[in-house]
Design a protein around this ligand. Structure first.
Ligand SMILES: Nc1nc2c(c(=O)[nH]1)N[C@H]1C(S)=C(S)[C@@H](COP(=O)(O)O)O[C@H]1N2
Ligand SMILES: [Mo]
Length: 353
């Protein structure tokens, strides 16, 4: 019996075009998700998951089409690159799926989610290489109109249904996957003082900071710069949740000094728009000044003095922001008119010096 038309594999160039779109979609949502910490951004994680499952369906169709070409072995570099691309793509999809189902992996300072991110970025690089050799623009006649539209709607719907089913099954089996936050992160060490994971970038490992010689400067576009020592930073508290992009979160009461009161003390200029928090290592991040008024620089967590690993003497607590923005070992707060974009690089290279 012949298959109904909409079940037949799409035209090769249409399939390839949709693969490219699907990869672009999961790559974009994946990167945006790293900057998303508020529940209003839950859709980024949801559509990333559904996009991944849709991509898995497209990859299956593609592999069915090209399998005979690799049967003859890795005859040349172009084929070898294609096979590598397929393997890394399957790896990225498999690690993402395993994470959602609650699996984890101990890779020293990294875990399964970091591996997933790494493989995802590698897919982007390999795909760019693959396109150099193989890219062909779809032609008008390749589009089979309504049939193509129905096919792809069905594929995305199947992805969404699978994702929904995953939630139900995870919940019913009470897996670790079911206890994830909307960002995908799992709880670790909440309300237990310093007993939560220490996460630093590869090179950002300063020597312990001596509170006797340490001080906090608050300056920049202000009328009245100040410098405070350790005994002068305190008196305020917030409850906030630290959510690291490597896949864990931890909620605590943090004690320290409200940045709002520091800003009141220095009197920012009319046109001041950003506040930059800088570590002794050069690691830094900025927040819009209105948001900065509501964050805290913490000396303590759950009434325990911060340990060195958690940023003693002072670390940023920025509710709703992802962990990498919670700068540790802060020694300088600078009010600026414009955002300095060098911080996007600084977080990667700060310990190398
Ligand atoms: N100076 C500095 N601050 C930093 C980091 C770093 O490497 N250097 N890592 C960030 C990351 S990725 C996270 S998730 C949190 C982790 O805080 P913790 O180590 O106290 O858990 O700190 C952030 N602040
Ligand atoms: Mo992190």
């Amino acid at each position: 019996m012949e298959r109904p038309a909409w079940l037949r594999a799409p035209h090769p160039r249409i399939l390839d075009g949709s693969l490219l779109l699907a990869v672009a979609f999961v790559l974009t949502t994946g990167i945006v998700s790293l900057y998303s910490g508020r529940p209003s951004r839950a859709w980024v994680f949801l559509t990333h998951g559904i996009g991944g499952l849709t991509l898995a369906g497209l990859v299956a169709l593609k592999l069915r089409r090209v399998r005979h070409r690799v049967a003859g072995g890795l005859r040349n570099a172009v084929i070898a690159l294609s096979v590598l691309l397929a393997a890394v793509t399957i790896g990225a999809l498999a690690t993402g799926t395993a994470w959602v189902l609650g699996a984890d992996l101990d890779l020293g300072p990294w875990g399964l989610l970091n591996l997933h991110i790494g493989l995802g970025l590698l897919v982007a690089g390999l795909l760019a290489g693959h396109l150099v050799f193989r890219f062909r623009l779809p032609q008008r006649p390749d589009f089979e109109g309504r049939r193509t539209a129905i096919r792809y709607t069905a594929l995305v719907a199947a992805g969404a249904a699978t994702y929904r089913l995953q939630g139900v099954v995870n919940g019913a089996l009470e897996t670790a996957g079911a206890r994830r936050r909307f960002t995908g992160s799992k709880e670790d060490g909440s309300d237990e003082g310093n007993a939560f994971p220490v996460t630093s970038w590869v090179a950002d490992r300063p020597n312990p900071v001596d509170e006797a010689t340490w001080s906090l400067t608050v300056d920049g576009a202000v009328a009245n710069p100040i410098e405070l020592d350790y005994a002068e930073v305190g008196g305020d508290e917030v409850r906030a949740l630290l959510d690291c992009t490597s896949g864990w979160y931890s909620e605590h009461d943090w004690q320290g000094v409200a940045v709002g009161s520091l800003l009141d003390a220095v009197d920012p200029d009319e046109d001041a728009a950003w506040v930059s928090f800088r570590s002794v290592t050069g690691y830094r991040w900025s927040l819009p000044i209105d948001e900065a008024r509501n964050v805290l620089l913490a000396t303590h967590v759950d009434d325990e003095q911060l340990t060195h690993g958690h940023g003693f003497p002072l670390r940023l607590v920025a509710p709703g922001r992802r962990g990498f923005q919670w700068v540790k070992w802060v020694e300088s707060v600078r009010v600026t008119r414009r955002r300095s974009h060098s911080e996007r690089i600084a977080i990667f290279v700060s310990g190398f010096r």
